[in-house]
Design a protein around this ligand. Sequence first.
Ligand code: ATP
Length: 336
Amino acid sequence: MRVAVIRGDGIGPEVVDSALRVLKAAAAKYGLVIELAEVEAGDSALSKYGEAMPSRYWGVIETSDAILKGPVGESAGEVVVKLRRGLDLYANIRPARVYPGVKALRDGVDLVIVRENTEDVYVRAEYMITSDVAVALRVISRRASERIARVAFELAKSRRGKVTVVHKANVLTVSDGLFRSVAREVASRYPNVKVDEMYIDSAVMDMVRRPQDFDVILTTNLYGDILSDIAAYVTGSIGLAPSANMGDSKAMFEPVHGAAFDIAGKGIANPTATILCVSWMLKWWGSRVGDGKYTTAGNAIEKAVLDALSSGAKLTPDLGGNATTAEFTGEVIKRI
Ligand code: ATP
């Protein structure tokens, strides 16, 4: 499997380095064949090449099976939008769950946010129409709404069988109105999946008040972005949450958190989210090519992370411990 690696900015290189250490340990143990190809992207690439996602690297991206991406700083918008839209990675999947041994704001949370990833305000069509007035376009299409709804309903079938459609169709009657009606059409093809609907403002409140009640959340791009940060927070630390950007043949895995410049270079970032990205990437590849050893390795990494967290021995400061990124990584590797 060929993996393009973007180390990113801030704590990006630290957490990606940790995840690659884990990947290499798993590859050695399970006999995985992994080729890594480095891609420079982000703030440092912007100052070096004048482009945050330099075109010279696009060939590496396109010839890779998967992308492992660390967080990017100020230029995140440019990098992720180019990757998500350029590769048509239309489904952004963001699980949020409470891990054993981690003190969370709410217990018993196990939900997945399925966020449309290619349109909404992320088409980045913003204009100054006078020197004092700016407008932004929001695009919602039937095709994109339908394919993301299918992802959510398929996922719900393998989970607790419930989808909550989050929108603001009372205000955005046309654009969110279309998203809602397409979601209802798709829902009618899944009689065994329960569906409810919520306005984004109520969903945000419930994400804090009773997040245990959510199973799969289906939503548009911007609402999904906002909801997933809150979901990551209520489950203990933003440093724990992985995410995947899925297309029909390629996928990109990245932590939900940002570049966290406030703690960069101190060696204390929590690498869990990025390590779980590696686990997910291997499981995804295993099922894509039908090779069980990748799936086994992915499961082994996930189990090692859960064991390391629940042992509580070497937790990073965001989880109340005083271990370094490298020490926690060592705890995971020794359990693989
Ligand atoms: P973005 O806009 O890219 O999401 P941000 O600055 O709003 O960036 P983060 O970079 O995710 O958000 O940081 C939010 C807070 O969470 C910061 O205090 C940061 O230190 C903390 N944080 C983020 N990721 C981690 C991590 N992996 N380990 C520990 N703390 C983290």
